[in-house]
Design a protein around this ligand. Structure first.
Ligand SMILES: C[S@@+](CC[C@H](N)C(=O)[O-])C[C@H]1O[C@@H](n2cnc3c(N)ncnc32)[C@H](O)[C@@H]1O
Length: 250
C-alpha cells in the first residue's frame, strides 16, 4: 500500500512538473495560435486549381483520411497515393509509397508515363530526404505553369520539427511537422524554381517553375540547424500571408 501511494505521488509530481514546464506551456501557446490561422491547405489548393481555369489533374502524396483534404479538392481528375501506414482502410488509388508510385508511372505500369499534373500536394513521409525525392519527382510530372504544394513547412518549435514521429509526450503534444522544412529550404536555394510559404496550417509551401513567387533564399544554414532556421524563418521560407500570396498569383 505504501509503495502504491508513493508511486501515485511520483506520477502526480511528474504531471505537475510537465504542466508547469515552460517548454510545454509555450508548446500549448503556439499550437493554439497555429489553429487560429487560415486558410486550410485544401482552400489554398482549390484556389490554385480554380485559378488555372481549365480541366485539371490533381495528385496527392500521403492521404491518410481523405475527408480531411483529398475529398475537399475540386478537380476534374484526382489521384491519391498512400501505402496506408496510418489508416488501415487506406481508400486511395495507389496503395504504395511515393517512390514506387513515380517509378511505376515512369515504367508505364500505371497512368501514362508522360502524364503531367496541374497541382501536386506533397504530404507523405515528413523526413527531409524523402520530401526532397518527392519534390524532384513531382517537378518532373508537373506542368510548366503547375504548382507543387507542401504541407508542414513551418514547424513552430524544434519539438514539432523532430525526426521522431512516435514520441508523443513532447511539448509538440502529438503534432508533427518533421523535417519537411529542410527539404523546402534546400529547394528554396535553387535558381530553377520559385517558392514561398503561406503562414497558415503549419506552413503551406508552394513551388512554381514559371511564376515568380520570390527569389531564392540566401540564408546560410549549411548544417540545417533549427535555431538558425528559427532566427531567419521569414527569409528561409519566404514566409508570407495568404493575402500577399493571392496578390502574387492574381
Ligand atoms: C500527414 S498524413 C497525410 C494527411 C493528408 N494529406 C491531409 O491533408 O489530411 C501522412 C500520410 O503519408 C503516408 N505516407 C508515409 N510514408 C509515405 C510514403 N513514403 N509515400 C507516400 N505516403 C506516405 C502515411 O501513410 C500517412 O497516411
Amino acid at each position: 500500500m505504501k509503495a502504491y501511494l508513493k508511486r501515485k505521488k511520483n506520477i502526480y509530481e511528474l504531471g505537475k512538473r510537465v504542466i508547469n514546464n515552460k517548454f510545454h506551456k509555450e508548446g500549448e501557446r503556439i499550437i493554439t495560435m497555429e489553429h487560429k490561422k487560415s486558410p486550410y491547405r485544401y482552400e489554398l489548393i482549390n484556389f490554385l486549381l480554380n485559378f488555372l481555369n481549365r480541366e485539371t489533374k490533381y495528385l496527392e502524396i500521403g492521404v491518410r483520411f481523405p475527408q480531411q483534404n483529398f475529398d475537399l479538392i475540386v478537380s476534374k481528375e484526382k489521384y491519391s497515393v498512400d501505402p496506408g501506414y496510418e489508416n488501415p482502410k487506406n481508400p486511395v488509388d495507389f496503395k504504395v509509397t511515393s517512390d514506387v508510385f513515380f517509378e511505376d508511372v515512369r515504367e508505364g505500369k500505371i497512368l501514362q508515363e508522360d502524364i503531367l499534373f496541374d497541382v501536386i500536394f506533397i504530404d507523405g513521409l515528413h523526413l527531409a530526404d524523402q520530401v526532397e525525392r518527392d519534390i524532384k519527382n513531382s517537378l518532373s510530372f508537373l506542368k510548366e505553369d503547375g504548382y507543387i504544394v507542401m504541407h508542414d513547412c513551418n514547424p513552430p518549435s524544434e519539438f514539432h520539427a523532430s525526426e521522431n514521429h512516435n514520441y508523443k509526450l513532447s511539448p509538440a503534444k502529438g503534432y508533427w511537422n518533421g523535417t519537411t522544412w529542410k527539404a523546402f529550404f534546400k529547394q528554396r536555394q535553387s535558381k530553377e524554381t520559385y517558392s514561398c510559404c503561406i503562414d497558415s496550417d503549419w506552413g503551406i509551401g508552394v513551388i512554381s517553375k514559371s511564376l515568380n513567387l520570390g527569389k531564392p533564399t540566401k540564408i546560410n544554414n549549411p548544417y540545417f540547424e533549427f535555431n538558425v532556421f528559427n532566427e531567419n524563418r521569414k527569409e528561409s521560407l519566404n514566409l508570407i500571408s495568404y493575402k500577399s500570396f493571392q496578390k502574387k498569383i492574381l
